[in-house]
Design a protein. Sequence first.
Length: 255
Amino acid sequence: MRPRVIVVAVVLIAAAVLGWRYGAAWWYDDAGNIALGRGDDARALALFEKGLALTPRSRVLLEDRGRALLDRDPEGALRDFTLAACGPPCVAEAGDAQARLGDMDAAVSDYLDAKAANRLADTVDRMAAAGQFDESIALESALSERLGDDILAQADLAAAQARVGKFAELAAYANPARALAYRARAIEAYARACALAPYNDGYLLSLGFAQMNWGDRRAARAAFQKVLAHHPHQADAERALEQLKSAPPSPGVRG
């Protein structure tokens, strides 16, 4: 057999072997994503591992294994997202891992660097739905600190503070022993949101009801009156003011 023929034959055999490995790795990745979509993280992880055994440097498989590891091993997931280096998607997924590890500053940095503000909101909502109110508040607070006093970011900053107030309210109901502290945090956060967005009736109403129920009734009146100054006859504000006139204050509420 001529040397050139031998070389061609070897190349074809190598290509066939490599093609089989990549083809099998892709199959494992597809099957793993189907399992992941069905919520079977354990099976998905096993399939991604088999794919990586064939193609250890596959960025796709590394990213997908990271997604399968995210809840059970966020540190391992973070390593995979870093190795995958797939650009903004991996940076945003690294934010998911950092949030689960409790490093909220790093999580916010990753989300903002990846321009994935919606993903940050989804993560906060997921934590709150799971009863992780302190984590939700910490993530929104880290976002507020990152945004700072930039005038262009004031709307986002106000929204973050309003969400802190919302999560603090939910936490107060879920943790009666710490209710006073959470409610004070809610009032503080709503007040900050109103200072940043003074014409937002939703924030003013939230502040008004929080003050009426747990804080200072005079501050509640002021908040409801501001709503009515923007929108006369706003029903919620009018009803609240009538209630403030007729009902005695709750224990611990001023004014």
